[in-house]
Ligand binder design. Structure first.
Ligand SMILES: Nc1nc2c(ncn2[C@@H]2O[C@H](COP(=O)(O)OP(=O)(O)O)[C@@H](O)[C@H]2O)c(=O)[nH]1
Ligand SMILES: [Mg+2]
Length: 207
């Protein structure tokens, strides 16, 4: 495993809406997408060991803004609004699409963590989201959430199956915000991404 990104400090910076009021850019920004209730906010809290950092909810569709969290004053972790909440109106769905488009096309993000539920086949929205990120060539890592809900012996296999059903190479990291399973693997992924971001900055400053 690659060296882990050790999170020493984490803070909420700001929420942005469709007007694109994002904070000043940093060389490294990783965003998190997935349907509402899949566990995006819980993942942020587990990674940062702060249960209060990102608001979690058992009521789907509560986060309608792009939330920026700063790690070690060096890297942004971005909580994107969830998709696929059944009760959302057409207008709400449209504004969600506009928000996501605007963010993904801002050129800020270096990597996307796409979260899928380890227990269920991807939804139509998951499939659409995945096609979108392939279309825009966005580097991504798949994370299969709520792994504590299935038997330990099946986790790897089910996570990979979810990835395959999405149309991706058959690999997803099983993760549980309840037990912390997969946390080390995600932190090494962040470490790797962070070092890549730094290398890009170094290259361009030497030109
Ligand atoms: N058992 C279990 N529940 C989880 C896990 N992650 C999230 N949840 C629960 O799922 C619900 C939605 O989580 P949240 O992080 O708010 O999802 P978000 O809408 O994607 O940000 C909450 O009730 C969480 O407690 C997990 O890994 N295991
Ligand atoms: Mg959330």
């Amino acid at each position: 495993m690659e060296e882990q990104f050790a999170i020493r400090q984490a803070e909420f910076i700001t929420s942005a809406g469709t007007e694109g009021n994002y904070p000043e850019t940093l060389p490294c920004e990783i965003a998190i997408v997935g349907k509402s209730n899949v566990g995006k906010s819980s993942l942020i809290n587990r990674l940062t060991n702060n249960q209060k950092l990102a608001k979690t909810s058992s009521q789907p569709g509560k986060t309608r803004l792009v939330n920026f969290f700063l790690l070690n004053k060096a890297l942004y972790l971005v909580d994107l609004p969830g998709y696929g909440f059944a009760k959302a109106s057409k207008t709400e769905q449209k504004s969600w699409g506009a928000l996501l488009d605007r963010y993904l096309q801002s050129g800020r993000l270096k990597h996307l963590f796409m979260l899928i539920d380890i227990r269920h086949a991807p939804t139509q929205d998951d499939l659409m989201m995945f096609r979108y990120l392939i279309y825009y060539n966005i580097p991504y890592t798949l994370i299969a959430t709520k792994s504590d809900k299935i038997a330990k012996t099946k986790r790897k296999q089910e996570a990979n199956k979810r990835a395959k059903e999405l149309g991706a190479p058959p690999f997803a990291i099983p993760f549980s915000s309840e037990t912390g399973e997969g946390k080390a693997e995600i932190l090494s992924r962040i470490g790797q991404i962070y070092r890549d971001c730094e290398a890009i900055v170094k290259d361009s400053s030497e030109e």
